[in-house]
Design a protein around this ligand. Structure first.
Ligand SMILES: Cc1ncc(COP(=O)(O)O)c(C=O)c1O
Length: 422
């Protein structure tokens, strides 16, 4: 029996697998993966191994701590406190407390709970094409993936503008005004139906949406409206955090605001399950006495040792600067490809997260062509993927050590794939 058939008869056929012919990897190091047949693939996709696959310092920190002590958080442990201190030093005031979890879903679920209790309201604003996790509370506000629950009565969706997508060619000022009017209407509707406004939960890079290019000031203006209505801003940094945007540690810093709650996951433990919620002391001091928050695995000594090693590597290998320079170079090359292939849109993204929209040549999103591009790039032994409402935005989001040499390989493979697709 193949691994695929064994997987289907145990885990089932419903959890997604990439590619027509799924890949099975045996090992990985840095930005390279090796499959079970010994074939090497360049990783242009994975953001969980943020500092590179199997980074020796992360592996060493994990095994050293695991061989000494791992225990839940009801005992004092200096390593855990050190990690909290180091992590919080990376945030803007007044974000000065952290609650540890094990995943992005758990972090968002906890942040919603805190916002709901703080505001005394239930209403949530959410992008009309987004994903924030799989708990019951999050399934009721999932718009970008199938979820049988459907939207909760307390949820209102807003369309995130995209000056390179649906709003292409339109006056940014008009797009901004229309988008904010939609937010006002959503808030009014929540108030009229007695839900009030608890929070706006948003991905700071709008990655599921397709890396939208926003009108200047959009996020800050929505944030001001939500706060005026009594709600809190929850910045989901599961995708955008830990230096992914190059210029900053946190994606919210691109938007000129400081959110009330920041949620983290994926890259935080470089593959080890580690997540968290960062918030001001005032919010924790309100939530803490009313709720006994205890998380058996969240922020245990091994997770904290791993988290510390990730922060050390980000700093010592200057990976934010690398994300910025390599990401900018990739987008410059994508712009050149755009001059040659009229069916691709302008480069999107920030730092080490790039993409572009693929159309049918007449301007309509072309998901089938985008899928073929992803498969062709795979045939060149490079991993990328696709996102967006129409599944037509190529997604390139490698581990941060991805450098100029790897960028050249990626661009050459894209060039071949685009030429074959013309
Ligand atoms: C923006 C965002 N938030 C939250 C999550 C959920 O994280 P997890 O799968 O760790 O629960 C994801 C996962 O893809 C995500 O992309």
């Amino acid at each position: 029996m193949t691994t695929l058939s064994r997987r289907q008869s145990t885990i089932g056929p419903y959890s997604p697998l990439f590619y027509d012919e799924p890949l099975e990897f045996a090992s990985a190091s840095g930005v390279w993966l090796t499959d079970i047949h010994g074939v090497r693939y360049l990783d242009g996709y994975n953001n969980v191994p943020q500092v590179g696959h199997a980074h020796p310092r992360v592996v060493e920190a994990l095994s050293e701590q695991a061989s000494r002590l791992n225990i839940h958080t009801r005992y004092l442990n200096d390593r855990v406190v050190e990690y909290a201190e180091r992590l919080l030093a990376l945030f803007d005031s007044p974000l000065d407390r952290v609650m540890f979890t094990n995943s992005g879903s758990e972090s968002n679920d906890l942040a919603l709970r805190i916002a709901t209790q703080h505001s005394g309201a239930r209403g949530i604003l959410i992008s009309d094409f987004s994903y924030h996790g799989h708990t019951a509370a999050l399934a009721a506000l999932t718009t970008g993936l199938a979820a049988r629950e459907g939207l909760g009565a307390h949820v209102r969706t807003i369309r995130i503008p995209d000056l390179d997508g649906a709003d292409h060619g339109r006056d940014p000022g008009t797009v901004l005004a229309e988008s904010l009017a939609e937010v006002d209407a959503a808030i009014a509707s929540l108030n009229e139906e007695g839900h009030g406004v608890a929070a706006w939960l948003f991905d700071s890079l709008f990655s599921t949406e397709g890396l939208n290019r926003l009108p200047e000031g959009y996020v800050a203006a929505v944030g001001a409206r939500v706060r005026a209505a009594g709600g809190l801003l929850i910045a989901d940094e599961v995708q955008a955090g830990f230096g992914r945007t190059g210029a900053h540690y946190w994606g919210y810093q691109l938007h000129g605001l400081v959110p009330d709650l920041v949620t983290m996951g994926k890259p935080m433990g470089n593959g080890h399950p580690l997540g968290g919620v960062v918030l001001p002391a005032a919010l924790l001091d309100e939530f803490g006495p009313r709720n006994m928050y205890f998380n058996t695995f969240g922020g245990n000594p091994v997770s904290s040792a791993v988290g510390l090693a990730v922060l050390d590597v980000l700093r010592d290998e200057d990976l934010l600067a690398r994300a910025e320079s390599t990401g900018t170079a990739v987008r410059e090359q994508l712009a050149l490809l755009g001059e040659r292939f009229d069916f691709i849109g302008p480069p999107k993204g920030a730092g080490m997260f790039s993409g572009f929209a693929v159309s049918d040549g007449a301007g309509a999103p072309d998901a089938a062509r985008t899928k073929r591009l992803v498969e062709s790039v795979k045939a060149d032994r490079i991993l990328i993927s696709r996102i967006g409402r129409h599944d037509n935005v190529l997604k390139m989001r490698p581990p941060l050590p991805f450098g100029p040499d790897e960028a050249e390989l990626l661009i050459a493979a894209l060039d071949r794939a685009l030429s074959a697709s013309s």
